[in-house]
Design a protein around this ligand. Structure first.
Ligand code: FEO
Length: 395
């Protein structure tokens, strides 16, 4: 990645991963990602904030060499996950006197994951700082965005908040700063949904904490830098709020068409009642899109065929994912068809134990839905309508 100047003596020197299409072997990345690393030259000392994924370490090292950095005093580690910390051992090898500056929990994780020797660390706790001469770095613990050790670094004189994953987006772009606000907020929402959403309560506390700082820039470790930080702070405040909207999401999987018929029947019925509906055919959908829709939706209706004694594995996979992401959903129901029996409802419900949503009566059809099954779907759609109305989501 080309070296880009953020402000005087502060450089973005990380790497873009244009081709990466999956993160953690789980999360789809339609637009790739970046591993941002920032170099700060103070009048007396130099520091690097976070590094890059190990697959891109050569780009980082080339950039450090290109800037002719003879002496690197500190590498700041805001987060131990390897996409930011993975090249720290290489940096330490290149600069034998360089120290890793981080909090005690992150130090423990870096030792565990990267086997960095104990004597290479300087520990800093909440509110502590280091001086680079004419520039000061302050450290603030922001636990659970999205690991327990996460922190942010604040460059006081230049009013820059280095937030690591917090406020990031998986978006590889040549722009250093946000140029297309709507694109970046959409990517940041996908990122929030997949990574941050389970920690809504902790994020709220951390936003309250960091917004006491006076910053003009948020420089995350994925995606472009915000030179108008309000846009992402306001978006986060909305996503973590208790607000849900007038949306029903219908993830479904259908082997021979009966469950799809029921999904479409519900879709038409809900649309006719003035409800926004988002169907997701689980054999085709991008699970990132499903995750994004969970940020604001009020109701989830999960449709599944029956395989042997339970739900289709794709429906169970989606259930496990929804449960892990812990969205604000208020109502859930299950529908689908079966041939001769099974424990579909019990198996799905057992995997939704982290949610606070009310479970509405499921509708299971033996074979293709008959009139009595469709009547039950009408009843379910009416119930959803009444629930949304009670929440003032429908005027
Ligand atoms: Fe971008 Fe939690 O790592």
């Amino acid at each position: 990645m080309a070296i880009q100047l953020l402000v005087k003596d502060v450089f973005s020197i990380g790497s873009r991963d244009w081709d990466r299409r999956l993160f953690d072997e789980l999360i789809p990345l339609p637009d790739g990602t970046s591993y941002n690393s920032y170099l700060i030259k103070g009048s007396e000392r130099t520091a690097l904030i976070d590094t890059v994924d190990p697959v891109k370490k050569n780009e980082l090292i080339n950039n450090v060499k290109q800037l002719n950095i003879q002496k690197l005093d500190y590498v700041i580690s805001n987060h131990a996950e390897q996409d930011h910390s993975g090249a720290i051992p290489d940096i330490l090898e290149l600069y034998p006197d360089c120290k890793v500056v981080t909090n005690s929990k992150c130090k423990e994780f870096l030792i565990d994951h990267l086997l960095i020797p104990e004597n290479r660390f300087i520990k800093k706790e909440d509110g502590e700082s280091i001086s680079l001469g004419n520039k000061t770095l302050e450290f603030y613990l922001t636990p659970w965005v999205h690991w327990p050790e996460t922190m942010v670094t604040y460059l006081k004189e230049d009013k820059i908040l280095f937030s690591c994953d917090f406020f990031g987006s998986h978006f590889a772009t040549s722009d250093l700063f946000v140029t297309d606000k709507y694109k970046v907020i959409s990517d940041a929402k996908r990122y929030y949904a997949e990574i941050m959403m389970p920690f809504r309560t902790q994020i709220k506390k951390n936003i309250e904490k960091i917004t006491k700082l006076d910053f003009n820039f948020i420089a995350p470790s994925h995606g472009p830098v915000y030179d108008n930080p309000e846009i992402i702070i306001d978006a986060y405040k909305d996503w973590i709020s208790d607000r849900t909207d007038n949306t029903v999401i219908i993830p479904y999987i259908s082997m021979h068409g009966s469950t799809e018929y029921m999904a479409n029947y519900l879709l038409d019925s809900l649309i006719a009642k003035g409800i926004n509906v988002k169907p997701f055919n689980l054999s085709k959908t991008d699970l990132g899109e499903l995750a994004m829709s969970l940020v604001d939706s009020t109701t989830l209706l999960l449709g599944t065929s029956t395989v042997l004694v339970g739900p289709h594995p794709a429906a169970l996979y989606a259930t496990v994912l929804v449960n892990a992401l812990k969205p604000k959903l208020k109502y859930i129901s299950i529908f689908g068809s079966y041939g001769w029996g099974g424990k579909t409802v019990e198996m799905i419900q057992a995997n939704l134990n982290r949610l606070n949503a009310e479970i509405l009566a499921p509708v299971l059809s033996k074979g293709h839905p008959r009139k009595e099954d469709l009547d039950l779907l009408d009843k379910l759609a009416n119930q959803v309508y009444e629930k949304h109305k009670e929440l003032n989501l429908i005027k």
